[in-house]
Design a protein. Structure first.
Lengths: 358, 358
């Protein structure tokens, strides 16, 4: 069998026409010893896909863009350094496909913050100039550090969106030691928010979902939320200094951030896990001092967190709320993200001819 | 001897004329079983004094204001519940004089964040309606929880400003586990900043002082700072993701906050310890995500931290940089704060007639 070095994917070529996916053939990044090549089985649609193709996060890095970084597939080729993954194995790939592997962050479970050679799974540029392209495609290639064996108990369509949305919500819960006895606030119930609820519950915490409307109340409670709160005037009073963390998945500029801050216990954290394009509401020391709370952001998760999360998902039978579509309906999937219609993640199923080997 | 229930202090009666201190007689708060009455020996001048009397933090709570919450003095009277402090003992009082003592924060070393009955040492209002007045005076009364025995090895004039400025800078270092091997950034070298340097060094950390001008370089290095950095364009590059905490004592709106954020290690904290009157520069998730850092504020410290700090000060021979003045020069001391001339804390020495007993 000749080596696999190319892929065929649904690509956006023009950010002004960002729902016009065109089937496009392209070369994968040049293979290195640590690379794993995966044939895509399915791929989730993430808010990042929309931000990227619509230009919200700036112009394309590569000449075109194949989105998708919630990928499940089968290993079809491995580089000479790859010892722990075999051809035929089912694996996942998330939003990151490489890092420098040398810096202190890469060595202390913070490779998701590597400042040297962070490479996105799509629209990433490798040090050698090659581009990465994502999982709305037949094949994806990534460094073995960012390719995760999937436990048997997890269906591919359920695992897919855990690899970005899941771990993005799980990582702050993990890093802030959320568990039994903790009280977690979740702001916004979309793809990320629904995972924040599911994983916080799986960790044994009490969960309060905050939303600006009653629309998703029933869903939140079905997911296991203990309380659902509409952020009307004065909503924060009942929760004064009671929450151990707030995981916020909402856009930021219109958020009652100063009110939310008052609901945090002393020294606790309000964590934006999405990547809204707008600025945070303004903050003052006066508003922040009464409970010494903190506001910050978080960026996906590291390998050890992804593996821990996958094990937790099996152990606690965490089931994401997903719908599936064939990959050719990518434009519709993006539109569902854009309009907030996705309930709560769309997983695109492989439908491209598998025979694209060079 | 008749009981002591009144005081004489230098008071501001009009926020529009906020350097016009008038010697004023007044009743202390009504004594309760946990109260300790202290004859003032000396009292530091804090930025809070200026913010309060000039109206920057809003109108007075009480009819007039005797500032001063960095108080050292001698116990002259104790309530019936006070077991661990004796008349004649040398003690300190900081910025807080009471709290509810019942809530979970009061019970877990977070009484400095008590949301139920936090009472400032001056311009505080007790549940019974009485007002607190501060240490530019002969006598101050506070709940025993907020009256600290001073170790012998510490001079009164050195201890005074530790009780607010000192612990305000020490508390975040303590709560974020700063010690040997840590790298601490200090932004702004005033009263608080100089304590951040002294205590970070006493804890064994490496210290980088950031300032907008070279003016205080020599002082910073004499205090023990390992590096002094002028915040010119690009200053942050050398420190990318290297600091374990930044203690910021500067005013906020003109601060290169987004640049400072990039100097924090993953998940670390930028802590405003002052109470600037202005808003923080705007922040975005994009700016905060690359290192998952946090921004927040901190509010003085709790009793156990104050006691730990005082012991550390003796053990490591921490010497604040102070100047002293007679208390009648309070207006000049306030002006030195206002113009940034204080190097680095002014301690007012008792000069009022001691005989003001009722």
């Amino acid at each position: 069998m000749s080596p696999i070095n190319s892929s065929r994917g649904y690509a956006i070529h023009d950010q002004k026409d960002y729902k016009n996916f065109k089937l496009t053939d392209y070369e994968l990044k040049r293979e290195q010893a640590d690379d794993v090549t995966v044939h895509v089985e399915c791929c989730g649609t993430c808010g990042s896909d929309h931000h990227t193709i619509s230009g919200g996060w700036g112009p394309f890095v590569a000449p075109f863009c194949v989105t998708g970084h919630e990928i499940v597939g089968e290993v079809v080729q491995v580089g000479s350094n790859v010892k722990n993954l075999q051809v035929g194995q089912r694996v996942g790939i998330g939003a990151q496909s490489s890092s420098c592997m040398e810096c202190k962050y890469c060595k202390n479970d913070n490779e998701n913050y590597c400042p040297v050679a962070w490479t996105d799974t799509y629209q990433g540029k490798y040090p050698n100039g090659d581009f990465s392209q994502g999982g709305y495609s037949t094949h994806v290639r990534a460094h073995q550090q960012f390719v995760f064996p999937l436990p048997e108990g997890l269906r591919s369509v359920d695992a897919a969106s855990m690899l970005c949305a899941g771990v993005t919500s799980y990582s702050p819960l993990n890093r802030h030691n959320i568990g039994k006895g903790s009280k977690v606030g979740v702001v916004g119930l979309g793809g990320l928010g629904h995972y924040a609820v599911l994983f916080a519950k799986a960790l044994g915490a009490e969960v309060v979902v905050f939303s600006h409307s009653e629309r998703k109340k029933e869903d939140a409670l079905k997911m296991g939320a203990d309380e659902f709160v509409i952020t009307n005037k004065g909503f924060e009073e009942k929760y004064k200094m009671s929450l151990d963390i707030i995981v916020c998945t909402s856009s930021s500029s219109s958020l009652p951030l100063n009110e939310f801050i008052t609901t945090l216990d002393v020294g606790k954290h309000f964590v934006f896990v999405g990547m809204p394009e707008d600025e945070w509401p303004s903050l003052t020391s006066q508003a922040m001092a009464p409970n010494g709370a903190f506001v910050g952001s978080s960026h996906i998760g590291c390998r050890t967190e992804i593996l821990k999360m996958l094990d937790l998902a099996v152990e606690k039978n965490v089931k994401p709320w997903i719908t599936t579509r064939p990959m050719k309906e990518a434009a519709q999937s993006i539109e569902d993200v854009e309009t907030g219609k996705a309930r709560y993640r769309t997983i695109l199923l492989q439908d491209i001819d598998r025979e694209v080997q060079a």
